[in-house]
Design a protein around this ligand. Structure first.
Ligand SMILES: [Zn+2]
Ligand SMILES: [Zn+2]
Length: 414
C-alpha cells in the first residue's frame, strides 16, 4: 500500500471513531435527531446541583452531604452532617459535626425549615456545630425552637439531655446578649433524649415521617444509628459504628444507606501518623475499615450505599474503592462535601453541588416581634463609661432609619 493510501485510511478511521465516540457528530440515517439547543435558552440538563434552584418532587427525597470528613476539619470537608429534604416539605439534619453549619447555610434554606436535628452520638465531629447552628440560626432569622433528638448514655451525665443542658450553660453569656435585643424565640431548645439501647425504637412520627433508632457500637454506651421512613422509602444514617448486627438487620433493603468508612489501617499509619497497633484498633475496632463497610453493605443490600468519614482525595478514593470492592459490588458513592443525591422509588441520581460563597440569611418566615426588653441584662456603669456615643455620627443613622420606616427611635448611648 502506498503511503498516501495509508494516510487516507487513518483519516477515515479517525473520523469514524470520532463520530462513534463523540455525541452529536453525525447522526446515522434513521436515528432520532439530538435535541436542539437554543442560543438564548438555558442548559437543558442539570449535571450540577445549584442549591435553592430546584424544587423537590412530591415523591422525592433529596440528600445533601454537609460534612463527610474527620474531626480535624478542612476547607474541603467538614465533619459529619447529612441533610435530608423530603417532597412533603420536611427537612432533617443527621449529625451536625464541626464545620457543617457553613455547608448547611450554603443550601439557602430558611432556618425555620431546619428545626429538626438528630445526633447519633456525642463526639465533637458529630455535634460540634450544634451551638453555632442553634444560636447563629437564631440570629439569622430562625423564630421557631430548635428540636434535637439524641441518645441516652450509660448514666444520665453521659446522655444528650445533660450535654445540651450544659451547652445552654456554656453559652449563658451569648444568650444574655440576645434576649433584650432581638426576637429570641428561636433560642428555645427542645431536647428529646431517647434510650440508646432500644432496638428499632420509634422516636419521631409526624407528617407521615417515622424515624427510628437502633443501637450502634462505637466509643461508649450511647451511640446510635437512625432509620427514616417516608413515602415507602427507607433512609439509613449510621453516624459512627463498627459493623453491628442491628444495622445489618434493620437497614436491610434500604433505599439509601449511609455508613461510616474509615481509612484502611496502612493509610492511617502513612497519612495520619497513627502507630500500627493504634491504626488497627481505631481503624477496625473503633471505626469501620473499607472492607468491613463493603461486607456490611453486601449484607444490607441497599439500593444505594454511601461511604463517608475519610479525607476523600484523588489519590485516596481509588484505594478506598478497591478495598470496598473486595466485599461489595453494588452501587456506592464515596461521599465528599456538597455531594447531592435525588432519590425516588425509580432512581438514585448522584451529583456535585456548585456553591455560592456569598450567602446571606433568608428572611424570617414569621413576623418578628419587638425584643423583650425585660430580658435585657444591665451592664455596669464602668462598661457604660467607656462607650463613645458619637452623637454626630449615630444621630443621622437613626434619622435615616426613622425616615425610611416612619419610626421615631432614639439612640441608647448619647
Ligand atoms: Zn465518633
Ligand atoms: Zn466520627
Amino acid at each position: 500500500m502506498k503511503p498516501w493510501t495509508l494516510g487516507a485510511l487513518a483519516v477515515f478511521l479517525l473520523g469514524l471513531s470520532a463520530g462513534l465516540l463523540i455525541d452529536g457528530i453525525g447522526t446515522p440515517a434513521g436515528a432520532e435527531e439530538p435535541p436542539k439547543r437554543s442560543p438564548v435558552g438555558t442548559v437543558p440538563d442539570r449535571d450540577v446541583y445549584y442549591p435553592g434552584t430546584e424544587p423537590i418532587a412530591p415523591d422525592e427525597m433529596r440528600i445533601v452531604a454537609c460534612g463527610t470528613g474527620m474531626p480535624s476539619v478542612r476547607p474541603k470537608q467538614a465533619a459529619a452532617c447529612f441533610l435530608v429534604e423530603l417532597g412533603n416539605g420536611d427537612k432533617f439534619l443527621f449529625d451536625l459535626g464541626s464545620g457543617s453549619h457553613e455547608r448547611i447555610s450554603a443550601q439557602k434554606i430558611p432556618y425555620d425549615f431546619l428545626d429538626k436535628v438528630f445526633i447519633g452520638h456525642l463526639h465533637v465531629d458529630h455535634m460540634g456545630d450544634l451551638p453555632s447552628f442553634w444560636l447563629g440560626g437564631t440570629v439569622m432569622n430562625r423564630l421557631t425552637p430548635l428540636r434535637v433528638w439524641g441518645p441516652s448514655g450509660a448514666t444520665p451525665e453521659y446522655g444528650t439531655k445533660a450535654c445540651l443542658e450544659h451547652m445552654k450553660k456554656m453559652y449563658v453569656w451569648d444568650i444574655g446578649t440576645r434576649g433584650g435585643v432581638i426576637d429570641f424565640r428561636g433560642g428555645e431548645l427542645e431536647i428529646n433524649e431517647f434510650p440508646f439501647d432500644k432496638v428499632n425504637n420509634e422516636i419521631f412520627n409526624e407528617n407521615g415521617v417515622i424515624v427510628r433508632s437502633i443501637p450502634a457500637v462505637h466509643g461508649l454506651d450511647g451511640a446510635v444509628s437512625f432509620i427514616l421512613e417516608w413515602n415507602g422509602m427507607k433512609f439509613v444514617f449510621g453516624s459512627d459504628t463498627i459493623p453491628n448486627k442491628w444495622y445489618v438487620e434493620h437497614a436491610k433493603g434500604a433505599d439509601f444507606a449511609i455508613h461510616e468508612c474509615f481509612l484502611p489501617p496502612p493509610l492511617l499509619v502513612e497519612k495520619q501518623g497513627f502507630a500500627p497497633l493504634e491504626a488497627l484498633t481505631v481503624g477496625t475496632q473503633g471505626h469501620t475499615a473499607p472492607e468491613q463497610f463493603g461486607k456490611v453493605m453486601s449484607l444490607v443490600k441497599p439500593r444505594y450505599a454511601v461511604a463517608y468519614h475519610f479525607y476523600n482525595d484523588f489519590d485516596i478514593a481509588p484505594e478506598m474503592l478497591r478495598r470496598v470492592r473486595k466485599t461489595y459490588d453494588g452501587p456506592v458513592s464515596l461521599a465528599t462535601d456538597y455531594m447531592v443525591w435525588n432519590v425516588t422509588k425509580d432512581s438514585v441520581k448522584a451529583r456535585m453541588s456548585a456553591v455560592d460563597e456569598e450567602i446571606w440569611p433568608s428572611p424570617a418566615l414569621k413576623k418578628k416581634l419587638p425584643p423583650d426588653f425585660t430580658k435585657a441584662i444591665p451592664i455596669s456603669d464602668f462598661t457604660k463609661s467607656g462607650a463613645l456615643g458619637f452623637p454626630e455620627v449615630v444621630g443621622p443613622l437613626y434619622e435615616e432609619i426613622n425616615k425610611l420606616y416612619g419610626t421615631d427611635y432614639e439612640p441608647g448611648f448619647k
